[in-house]
Unconditional design. Structure first.
Length: 259
Protein backbone atom coordinates (compact mmCIF):
# COMPACT_ATOMS: atom_id res chain seq x y z
CA UNK A 1 0.00 0.00 0.00
CA UNK A 2 2.94 2.31 0.69
CA UNK A 3 4.11 1.79 -2.88
CA UNK A 4 0.69 2.77 -4.24
CA UNK A 5 0.75 5.94 -2.17
CA UNK A 6 4.19 6.84 -3.50
CA UNK A 7 2.94 6.16 -7.03
CA UNK A 8 -0.04 8.48 -6.52
CA UNK A 9 2.15 11.23 -5.11
CA UNK A 10 4.59 10.88 -8.01
CA UNK A 11 1.64 11.33 -10.38
CA UNK A 12 1.08 14.66 -8.66
CA UNK A 13 4.70 15.82 -8.87
CA UNK A 14 3.77 18.73 -11.15
CA UNK A 15 1.11 19.80 -8.66
CA UNK A 16 3.68 19.48 -5.86
CA UNK A 17 5.99 21.92 -7.64
CA UNK A 18 3.08 24.32 -8.04
CA UNK A 19 2.23 23.72 -4.37
CA UNK A 20 5.72 24.84 -3.28
CA UNK A 21 5.46 28.03 -5.32
CA UNK A 22 1.95 28.65 -4.00
CA UNK A 23 3.09 28.33 -0.37
CA UNK A 24 5.88 30.85 -0.96
CA UNK A 25 3.50 33.17 -2.81
CA UNK A 26 0.82 32.91 -0.09
CA UNK A 27 3.36 33.76 2.60
CA UNK A 28 4.68 36.80 0.73
CA UNK A 29 1.33 38.15 -0.44
CA UNK A 30 -0.47 37.58 2.87
CA UNK A 31 2.30 39.34 4.82
CA UNK A 32 2.15 42.27 2.40
CA UNK A 33 -1.65 42.30 2.70
CA UNK A 34 -1.79 42.40 6.50
CA UNK A 35 0.95 45.03 6.70
CA UNK A 36 -0.85 47.20 4.15
CA UNK A 37 -4.16 46.66 5.97
CA UNK A 38 -2.54 47.85 9.19
CA UNK A 39 -0.18 50.60 8.05
CA UNK A 40 -0.54 51.18 4.29
CA UNK A 41 -2.96 51.93 1.48
CA UNK A 42 -5.44 49.23 2.44
CA UNK A 43 -5.78 50.79 5.87
CA UNK A 44 -6.60 54.18 4.30
CA UNK A 45 -9.03 52.54 1.85
CA UNK A 46 -10.77 50.68 4.69
CA UNK A 47 -11.33 53.91 6.63
CA UNK A 48 -12.67 55.67 3.54
CA UNK A 49 -14.95 52.76 2.70
CA UNK A 50 -16.30 52.68 6.24
CA UNK A 51 -16.99 56.42 6.19
CA UNK A 52 -18.55 56.59 2.72
CA UNK A 53 -20.67 53.42 2.93
CA UNK A 54 -21.62 53.51 6.62
CA UNK A 55 -19.81 50.22 7.20
CA UNK A 56 -18.95 49.06 10.69
CA UNK A 57 -15.51 47.96 11.82
CA UNK A 58 -16.85 44.38 11.84
CA UNK A 59 -17.84 44.63 8.17
CA UNK A 60 -14.42 45.96 7.18
CA UNK A 61 -12.64 43.26 9.19
CA UNK A 62 -14.83 40.56 7.64
CA UNK A 63 -13.99 41.79 4.14
CA UNK A 64 -10.31 41.56 5.02
CA UNK A 65 -10.92 38.10 6.49
CA UNK A 66 -12.47 36.98 3.20
CA UNK A 67 -9.31 38.07 1.40
CA UNK A 68 -7.17 36.12 3.87
CA UNK A 69 -9.49 33.13 3.46
CA UNK A 70 -8.77 33.19 -0.27
CA UNK A 71 -5.04 33.10 0.42
CA UNK A 72 -5.40 30.25 2.91
CA UNK A 73 -7.46 28.21 0.44
CA UNK A 74 -4.86 28.32 -2.36
CA UNK A 75 -2.54 25.57 -0.97
CA UNK A 76 -5.50 23.16 -0.79
CA UNK A 77 -6.52 24.00 -4.35
CA UNK A 78 -2.95 23.32 -5.55
CA UNK A 79 -2.99 19.70 -4.36
CA UNK A 80 -6.71 18.97 -4.41
CA UNK A 81 -6.95 17.83 -8.03
CA UNK A 82 -7.52 14.13 -7.37
CA UNK A 83 -8.66 13.55 -10.94
CA UNK A 84 -5.11 13.86 -12.20
CA UNK A 85 -4.17 10.59 -10.48
CA UNK A 86 -7.10 8.79 -12.08
CA UNK A 87 -6.23 10.18 -15.51
CA UNK A 88 -2.60 9.08 -15.21
CA UNK A 89 -3.71 5.61 -14.14
CA UNK A 90 -6.00 5.41 -17.19
CA UNK A 91 -3.19 6.44 -19.54
CA UNK A 92 -0.86 3.83 -18.09
CA UNK A 93 -3.54 1.11 -17.83
CA UNK A 94 -2.61 0.70 -14.18
CA UNK A 95 -6.03 -0.71 -13.19
CA UNK A 96 -5.17 -3.92 -15.06
CA UNK A 97 -1.87 -4.21 -13.21
CA UNK A 98 -3.46 -3.38 -9.85
CA UNK A 99 -5.67 -6.46 -10.09
CA UNK A 100 -2.55 -8.64 -10.00
CA UNK A 101 -1.14 -6.99 -6.89
CA UNK A 102 -1.36 -8.86 -3.55
CA UNK A 103 -3.59 -6.12 -2.17
CA UNK A 104 -7.31 -6.25 -1.62
CA UNK A 105 -9.65 -3.72 -3.21
CA UNK A 106 -10.31 -1.97 0.14
CA UNK A 107 -6.57 -1.42 0.62
CA UNK A 108 -6.12 -0.12 -2.93
CA UNK A 109 -8.96 2.33 -2.42
CA UNK A 110 -7.59 3.28 1.01
CA UNK A 111 -4.19 4.07 -0.49
CA UNK A 112 -5.84 6.55 -2.87
CA UNK A 113 -7.63 8.27 0.02
CA UNK A 114 -4.49 8.38 2.16
CA UNK A 115 -2.44 9.86 -0.68
CA UNK A 116 -4.90 12.67 -1.31
CA UNK A 117 -5.62 13.52 2.31
CA UNK A 118 -1.96 13.35 3.33
CA UNK A 119 -1.22 16.15 0.85
CA UNK A 120 -4.19 18.15 2.13
CA UNK A 121 -2.95 17.68 5.70
CA UNK A 122 0.49 18.97 4.72
CA UNK A 123 -1.17 22.00 3.15
CA UNK A 124 -3.15 22.60 6.35
CA UNK A 125 -0.04 22.38 8.53
CA UNK A 126 1.85 24.87 6.36
CA UNK A 127 -1.19 27.15 6.37
CA UNK A 128 -1.24 27.04 10.17
CA UNK A 129 2.47 27.95 10.29
CA UNK A 130 1.79 30.93 8.01
CA UNK A 131 -1.25 31.88 10.12
CA UNK A 132 0.89 31.79 13.28
CA UNK A 133 3.29 34.30 11.72
CA UNK A 134 0.44 36.50 10.45
CA UNK A 135 -1.27 36.56 13.86
CA UNK A 136 1.67 38.65 15.17
CA UNK A 137 1.32 41.14 12.33
CA UNK A 138 -2.42 41.82 12.25
CA UNK A 139 -5.38 42.34 14.52
CA UNK A 140 -7.86 41.47 11.75
CA UNK A 141 -7.98 37.87 12.88
CA UNK A 142 -6.65 36.03 15.91
CA UNK A 143 -4.59 32.86 15.60
CA UNK A 144 -7.61 30.83 16.80
CA UNK A 145 -9.72 32.46 14.08
CA UNK A 146 -7.07 31.62 11.49
CA UNK A 147 -7.01 27.99 12.63
CA UNK A 148 -10.80 27.80 12.53
CA UNK A 149 -10.94 29.08 8.96
CA UNK A 150 -8.11 26.78 7.86
CA UNK A 151 -9.81 23.72 9.38
CA UNK A 152 -13.13 24.71 7.80
CA UNK A 153 -11.48 25.13 4.40
CA UNK A 154 -9.69 21.79 4.86
CA UNK A 155 -13.02 20.15 5.72
CA UNK A 156 -14.65 21.50 2.56
CA UNK A 157 -11.76 20.22 0.46
CA UNK A 158 -12.02 16.80 2.13
CA UNK A 159 -15.73 16.70 1.29
CA UNK A 160 -15.05 17.72 -2.31
CA UNK A 161 -12.23 15.20 -2.78
CA UNK A 162 -14.21 12.39 -1.15
CA UNK A 163 -17.19 12.99 -3.42
CA UNK A 164 -14.97 13.31 -6.48
CA UNK A 165 -13.31 9.96 -5.76
CA UNK A 166 -16.71 8.26 -5.38
CA UNK A 167 -18.07 9.66 -8.65
CA UNK A 168 -14.79 8.92 -10.47
CA UNK A 169 -14.82 5.31 -9.28
CA UNK A 170 -18.47 5.04 -10.31
CA UNK A 171 -17.66 6.49 -13.77
CA UNK A 172 -14.39 4.82 -14.85
CA UNK A 173 -12.69 5.52 -18.14
CA UNK A 174 -11.18 8.53 -19.85
CA UNK A 175 -13.06 11.79 -20.19
CA UNK A 176 -15.32 11.32 -17.17
CA UNK A 177 -13.39 13.52 -14.76
CA UNK A 178 -15.30 16.72 -15.43
CA UNK A 179 -18.60 14.95 -14.75
CA UNK A 180 -17.24 13.79 -11.39
CA UNK A 181 -16.22 17.33 -10.50
CA UNK A 182 -19.58 18.81 -11.51
CA UNK A 183 -21.52 16.16 -9.60
CA UNK A 184 -19.34 16.75 -6.53
CA UNK A 185 -19.98 20.50 -6.57
CA UNK A 186 -23.71 20.00 -7.16
CA UNK A 187 -23.88 17.51 -4.29
CA UNK A 188 -22.10 19.94 -1.97
CA UNK A 189 -24.44 22.77 -3.03
CA UNK A 190 -27.50 20.58 -2.48
CA UNK A 191 -26.21 19.49 0.92
CA UNK A 192 -25.59 23.09 1.97
CA UNK A 193 -29.10 24.09 0.90
CA UNK A 194 -30.64 21.20 2.84
CA UNK A 195 -28.65 21.92 5.99
CA UNK A 196 -29.29 25.67 5.86
CA UNK A 197 -32.74 25.50 4.29
CA UNK A 198 -34.54 27.38 7.06
CA UNK A 199 -31.86 30.07 7.19
CA UNK A 200 -31.89 30.50 3.41
CA UNK A 201 -35.68 30.66 3.38
CA UNK A 202 -35.57 33.30 6.10
CA UNK A 203 -33.04 35.39 4.21
CA UNK A 204 -35.05 35.19 0.98
CA UNK A 205 -38.21 36.23 2.84
CA UNK A 206 -36.41 39.20 4.39
CA UNK A 207 -35.00 40.30 1.04
CA UNK A 208 -38.47 40.13 -0.55
CA UNK A 209 -40.25 41.89 2.30
CA UNK A 210 -40.91 45.60 2.00
CA UNK A 211 -39.62 46.23 5.50
CA UNK A 212 -36.27 44.65 4.87
CA UNK A 213 -34.46 44.75 8.19
CA UNK A 214 -31.76 42.26 7.37
CA UNK A 215 -28.67 43.48 9.16
CA UNK A 216 -25.14 43.18 7.76
CA UNK A 217 -24.38 40.52 10.36
CA UNK A 218 -26.60 38.11 8.41
CA UNK A 219 -24.16 38.31 5.51
CA UNK A 220 -21.29 37.18 7.74
CA UNK A 221 -23.13 34.26 9.33
CA UNK A 222 -21.24 31.58 7.39
CA UNK A 223 -17.88 33.29 7.87
CA UNK A 224 -18.47 33.48 11.62
CA UNK A 225 -19.38 29.80 11.67
CA UNK A 226 -16.16 28.94 9.83
CA UNK A 227 -14.12 30.81 12.44
CA UNK A 228 -15.93 29.69 15.58
CA UNK A 229 -17.52 26.33 14.70
CA UNK A 230 -14.90 24.60 12.60
CA UNK A 231 -15.54 21.38 14.50
CA UNK A 232 -18.97 21.12 12.85
CA UNK A 233 -17.39 21.27 9.39
CA UNK A 234 -14.78 18.73 10.53
CA UNK A 235 -17.44 16.27 11.76
CA UNK A 236 -19.35 16.59 8.49
CA UNK A 237 -16.12 16.08 6.51
CA UNK A 238 -15.16 12.96 8.50
CA UNK A 239 -18.66 11.51 8.04
CA UNK A 240 -18.63 12.19 4.28
CA UNK A 241 -15.13 10.73 3.98
CA UNK A 242 -16.05 7.49 5.76
CA UNK A 243 -19.27 7.07 3.78
CA UNK A 244 -17.39 7.91 0.59
CA UNK A 245 -14.75 5.27 1.31
CA UNK A 246 -17.37 2.59 2.01
CA UNK A 247 -19.27 3.43 -1.19
CA UNK A 248 -16.06 3.55 -3.26
CA UNK A 249 -14.99 0.13 -1.98
CA UNK A 250 -18.43 -1.33 -2.77
CA UNK A 251 -18.36 0.07 -6.31
CA UNK A 252 -14.74 -0.99 -6.91
CA UNK A 253 -15.50 -4.56 -5.79
CA UNK A 254 -18.44 -4.79 -8.17
CA UNK A 255 -16.66 -3.07 -11.08
CA UNK A 256 -13.36 -4.87 -11.45
CA UNK A 257 -10.48 -2.93 -12.94
CA UNK A 258 -11.52 0.60 -11.93
CA UNK A 259 -8.80 1.17 -9.34
Amino acid sequence: MKGLMIKDIMCLKKQLMVFCYVIIGVLIVSVMFVLSARFGNLSVAARQMAAENNMSVLDVNNLATLALLTFMFLPFAAVGDVLFVFEEDNKAGFAKVAGALPLSVPKRVLSRYLSVFALLAIGALLDIVIAFALSFLTDILSFAGFVGIILSALSMMIIYCSLTIVFRVAMPGAGKGQYAQILSLLTMAAGFILIRFEKIKELIAQVKSENNNMGPERLWDLLTAMKEKAWIFALIAITVMLVSYAVSVTIAQRKRGVI
